[in-house]
Ligand binder design. Structure first.
Ligand code: TXA
Ligand code: MG
Length: 342
C-alpha cells in the first residue's frame, strides 16, 4: 500500500487541502495517522467495523484492547455515550479539549471492535489544532490508538509513525512534534468516584482539584492485580534493550554503569540534564530540566536507543508527582518493573 504523506505548516489549517484529503480518506474507510497534543494517533471511522479492523491489522494490536473514540467537542461526545455522573461536567469544563480520556457507558453507536466488546467506551476531545480541524472536516467519531506498531513506544513525531507504519496505512499528516509526549490520562467515570486507569497528560493533582476525590486503579501499583484498562497489561514501550531504573545516588548510578561496562556491555544513559552532565556512559540522552520536558522527550529517547548499539539502558528514577506519575508508569513498563534502590 502506498502511504500518502502531507507536511503541514502551522498557519495553513483553514481550507487546507491536505486536511480535506485526509478527511476524505477517513470518510472512505481508510486509516490515517495524525498528530494530537499527546502522541500521534492512527485514525479510522469509529462507526465502520471494517475501517477499525484496519487499525488492528496495521498495528498488530491484540483484538481485546479497546480504542479511544476522538471527537471535536462535547456535543459529539454526548452522541456516543449514556448518562454520566455530575463530576464529568466539571472535568469536561476544566480539561477539554485536552489530554483526558473519559470511560463512560457506550450507547452502541461505535463499532463493536472499538470497545473490544466492553459495555463502556473511551472518548477524548483532543486539543491539537490539526486533530480538531480533521475531526471537524470529517464529522465522524475517529477511533485512534497511538500510531506505533504494537509494543513500540508511542510516536511523538511523524518520522516515528513513518518508521513503524509506512506502507501499512493510507496516510500520515505531519503536524510537527507533539506537545505532551505521553498519552492521555484514562479515567473511568462509570462510578460515583472517578478512577484513573492510566496516568497521563492531565495529572492526578489536577483532577483532584476538580472532583475533590479520585482513585487510581490498584493494578497501577500492584502488578498482580488485573488492570481495568486492558491495554495496561501489555509490556508496552519496549525499547528492545533491557532498561534498568536506578532509584539511588549519583554514585550508585555510576557504579551500575561502570559495572555493566566491565562486563563488556555498551551502556546507554537516560536522565535529566544535570545528571547526564555528571555521569560517564557510552551514550547518553539528556531528557531536559523538568518533568514536562522529560515527558516530551522520553519516547524519542527510547526509540533512539532501540536503534543504537547499546546493550543496556540505565535510567534515573523520576519523582512520581504531577506528570512524573505518567513518566514513571511508562518507564516501569519498559523496565518490566525492575527498579534498583539504594
Ligand atoms: O493520548 C492518547 O490517548 C492517544 C492519542 C492518539 O489520543 N491514544 C492512545 O490510545 O494512547 P491507545 O489505544 O494507545 O491507548 C488507549 C488506552 C488503552 O490502554 C486501552 O486499554 C484503554 O485506553 N481503553 C480504551 N477504551 C477503554 C475502556 N472502555 N475501558 C477501559 N480502558 C479503555
Ligand atoms: Mg498505545
Amino acid at each position: 500500500m502506498e502511504t500518502n504523506y502531507w507536511k503541514l505548516t502551522n498557519n495553513q489549517l483553514k481550507d487546507c487541502e491536505a486536511i480535506d484529503e485526509a478527511a476524505t480518506m477517513l470518510i472512505n474507510g481508510e486509516v490515517v495517522a495524525f498528530p494530537t497534543e499527546t502522541v500521534y494517533g492512527l485514525g479510522a471511522n469509529a462507526t465502520d467495523h471494517d475501517a477499525v479492523n484496519k487499525i488492528f491489522q496495521a498495528k498488530g494490536r491484540p483484538q481485546d484492547n479497546p480504542l479511544i473514540a476522538h471527537v471535536s467537542d462535547r456535543v459529539q461526545m454526548e452522541k456516543l455515550v449514556g448518562p454520566w455522573p455530575g463530576y464529568v461536567d466539571n472535568l469536561i469544563e476544566a480539561f477539554t479539549p485536552g489530554p483526558l480520556t473519559f470511560v463512560l457507558p457506550s450507547n452502541g453507536i461505535c463499532a463493536t471492535n472499538v470497545t473490544a466488546g466492553l459495555s463502556t467506551i473511551g472518548v477524548r476531545i483532543p486539543s491539537h489544532p490539526v486533530a480538531q480541524q480533521l475531526l471537524k472536516a470529517c464529522q465522524l467519531p475517529i477511533a485512534a490508538p497511538s500510531a506505533n506498531l504494537s509494543g513500540k513506544p508511542s510516536p511523538t513525531t511523524a518520522n516515528h509513525v513513518f518508521a513503524d507504519l509506512n506502507g501499512r496505512i493510507s496516510g500520515i499528516v505531519d503536524g510537527g512534534p507533539t506537545g505532551v509526549g505521553l498519552e492521555s490520562t484514562v479515567i473511568d467515570c462509570t462510578q460515583e468516584i472517578p478512577v484513573i486507569l492510566r496516568p497521563g497528560g492531565i495529572t492526578q493533582e489536577q483532577i483532584e482539584k476538580v472532583t475533590g476525590v479520585v482513585m487510581t486503579d490498584p493494578a497501577l501499583a500492584n502488578q498482580s492485580d488485573k488492570p481495568k484498562s486492558p491495554g495496561m497489561k501489555y509490556r508496552h514501550y519496549s525499547p528492545e534493550v533491557p532498561l534498568w531504573i536506578i532509584d539511588g545516588s549519583l554514585k550508585r548510578m555510576q557504579q551500575e554503569i561502570t559495572g555493566q561496562k566491565e562486563t563488556g556491555n555498551r551502556v546507554g544513559l537516560i536522565a535529566s540534564n544535570h545528571i547526564v552532565d555528571k555521569l560517564v556512559a557510552d551514550e547518553a540522552i539528556a531528557l531536559g530540566e523538568n518533568l514536562s520536558e522529560i515527558a516530551a522527550n522520553l519516547y524519542h529517547a527510547l526509540r533512539t536507543f532501540k536503534q543504537s548499539n547499546v546493550d543496556i539502558i540505565i535510567c534515573e528514577a523520576f519523582p512520581e508527582k504531577g506528570i512524573g506519575q505518567a513518566v514513571m508508569n511508562r518507564l516501569k513498563k519498559a523496565a518490566s518493573n525492575y527498579i534498583y534502590r539504594d
